[in-house]
Write a protein that binds this ligand. Sequence first.
Ligand code: SF4
Length: 271
Amino acid sequence: MPCTAYRAGVFEQPDYFQARESMHTIRDLPIKGFIDTSFVDWPGKICAVLFFPLCNFRCRYCHNADLVIRPDQLATIDPEGVFSRLDDLRGWIDGVCVTGGEPTLQPRLRRLLEVVREAGFQTKLDTNGSNPDVLRELIDAGLLDYVAMDVKSCLDESSYCAITNAPASMLGRVCESIDLLRGGRVDYEFRMTVVPSYHGPEDIFRLARDLRGAARLRLQNFSPGERLLDPSLNTVKPYTPEALANLQLRVDELLASGSPRDSTPFAPRCP
Ligand code: SF4
């Protein structure tokens, strides 16, 4: 089945040549992972996924330890090979998801998104929301079709720091990104990975109340595994699928109970 962008005629006149000429401007990008076809990384779309190294958080449940703390041990993938494969997939995939690590730490991110667009693909950014200035710049430039922002916990410093091990000052930046996305200038979703020992039902509902009126808060189940940044979490039992589905139902109700756009900017709560 052709992808939605193909059906809509987006790829009828792909600008292969402009994209090829632009390639030298992103040749030094440290792409550390590439999935050419994903059905799960962009709701409702088929996309390729590019992984970038480094992150300014150290989330206990992170599965990307190699990307976050040992990126030098991963091979770097040639962007030209990536775009050549994207050419092959034209008409099948809708767009390209840029993820990490934290991709907004990459100085050439804007240029990459420009080249992806020149090549005729839609763009999705995964981010932890720690760089609202970069996010704003990309939205202002019209370079993003979709943003998935991870929200790690309730919006108070003690909860956020307990999960991310980031400085408390990060929370203000996260809240700025939340407010930016809730402004509705780009399609988006908030996501939260739920770890029962950190995210009880009341914590989850408190966040949903803070985000009411937002487009979506998607709960993702924590998954124990060998490669977690904090191996002690391997003893924690995740929510059952039924419990997670019930939590999501309540979250959806709480989000819908607010006004579509609360104009009050978010302010982090101090402990
Ligand atoms: S934000 Fe957290 S989960 Fe995401 S890559 Fe960074 S450390 Fe891992």
